[in-house]
Design a protein around this ligand. Structure first.
Ligand code: SF4
Length: 419
């Protein structure tokens, strides 16, 4: 069930680092990251969230290490985590040292608020001794004040300079096991900053739009643009939502762009129109909910009518179209079963599982005899009942013409006295 892959610029070559068992950069698959929103000191709660993130497709998970109890929590979390853990460090270098002691597989340092040269070098030396990589996580919102002043704001050059300065400190202790991020909440700024970072460094780049809020638009615009240019080795699709949602969004983005092998279902649905025989939005949502927890790497279509649905979605591996209170189940545009309308979603899920287990040819061979003929009869009856013009546009145009003509014929109210 191969799909076309992204026609994009070749991926920019970067050196490879390892966050635990996950390779980042150097041609490795683009990994998906997320961050827990629990208190790290709450070991069981944090582990439950890490497991949820991992099963949604996260390759790496970051936890804050902002206090001693968080570092102690990490010592219990890391050995039980199904994915490598990165400790997020702001302000306090001793938290970085404590996280390394706890066994984390990566650190994220914010150069905007960890500014003492001696402390940065101490952390880098300790990370080097333990073979743990560090992300230099520059953020436009917490840029070093001196750089802000020198560059006249959080410009792409200022963000990249911040990463350069940190790298220079690391170089003094001969440490370069590094990935870099230059995030901003402004999409144009982060795109320009990452383009410049990609020209400046050969370290792997961690992409993200920070403080992106709840809508999915910013992450897709920023991360998607850069990925299409071949920039980026690992992503965090930040959302103000359950972190599981951001992992799903990140994976879906990579899968949609052909940059990661499809693990989950790709649901497509028609936009609906006057022909729709069902509530397409409701059925599509129900199908998405029923299918997304299953690991079914196929494209599934939900189409509002049997007149055009199977033809319009003939590229989909599997689909269902509605008509005359029944659902026409089709594989690659060929009708295989006709089911009652209230069984559409259940039939779709059942067939999706069989399709993945048995393959397209086997499922086409198992099609119900007579399904095609039954479906064709429904289609013809609908065409006869609704005609080619299901939106009734011809009648609407006629009505508009009449309304205008009548308004011309009817004399308007007599003009009132001048005011
Ligand atoms: S013609 Fe049918 S399949 Fe196409 S948008 Fe309208 S309802 Fe959906």
């Amino acid at each position: 069930m191969a799909r076309p892959t992204l026609i994009a610029a070749p991926r920019r070559p970067t050196r490879q680092i390892h966050v635990g068992t996950v390779a980042v950069g150097g041609g490795a698959p683009i990994s998906v990251q997320s961050m827990t929103i629990t208190k790290t000191a709450d070991v069981e709660g944090t582990l439950a969230q890490i497991y949820a993130l991992a099963s949604a497709g996260a390759d790496i998970v970051r936890c804050t290490c902002n206090e001693e109890e968080a570092a102690e929590g990490l010592a219990h979390i890391v050995p039980r985590s199904p994915v490598p853990i990165v400790a997020d460090i702001h302000f306090h270098h001793e938290m970085a040292l404590a996280a390394l002691e706890a066994g984390v597989q990566g650190l994220r340092l914010n150069p905007g608020n960890l500014r003492k040269e001696a402390e940065i070098k101490q952390v880098a030396q300790e990370a080097k001794d333990r073979g743990v990589p560090i992300r230099i996580g520059v953020n436009a919102g917490s840029l070093h004040p001196e750089l802000y002043k020198r560059f006249g704001g959080a410009t792409p050059e200022a963000l990249v300079e911040s990463a350069k300065m940190e790298l220079a400190y690391f170089a003094e202790v001969d440490f370069d096991d590094v990935k870099i991020s230059v995030k901003a909440s402004s999409v144009p700024l982060m795109i320009e900053a990452y383009r410049l970072a990609s020209e400046t460094f050969d370290h792997p780049l961690h992409l993200g739009v920070t403080e992106a809020g709840p809508p999915l638009v910013k992450g897709t615009a920023g991360i998607g643009t850069l990925l299409a240019e071949g920039i980026g080795d690992t992503i965090r699709y930040s959302l103000t939502a359950d972190p599981v949602e951001e992992v799903r969004a990140g994976r879906q983005l990579l899968e949609a762009m052909g940059l990661r092998e499809r693990k989950s279902v790709d649901l497509i649905a028609c936009p609906s129109c006057g022909r729709a025989e069902i509530d397409v939005i409701g059925v599509a949502r129900a199908a998405q909910e029923a299918l997304e927890s299953r690991q079914l790497p196929i494209q599934v279509a939900v189409m509002g009518c049997v007149v055009n649905g199977p033809g319009e979605a003939r590229q989909a591996d599997l689909g269902i179209a509605a008509g005359r209170r029944r659902g026409h189940l089709f594989i690659k545009g060929k009708i295989v079963r006709v089911v009652p309308e209230d069984e559409m979603v259940a039939a779709l899920v059942e067939e999706a599982e069989k399709l993945v287990a048995e393959g397209i040819d086997a499922r086409l061979a198992a099609a119900d005899a007579g399904a095609e003929a039954e479906a064709e009869a429904d289609r013809r009856m609908l065409l006869e009942a609704k005609g080619e013009d299901a939106n009734h546009s011809a009648q609407k145009v006629e009505l508009i013409r009449k309304t205008i003509e009548e308004s011309h014929e009817t004399p308007g109210p007599a003009p009132g006295p001048p005011r």
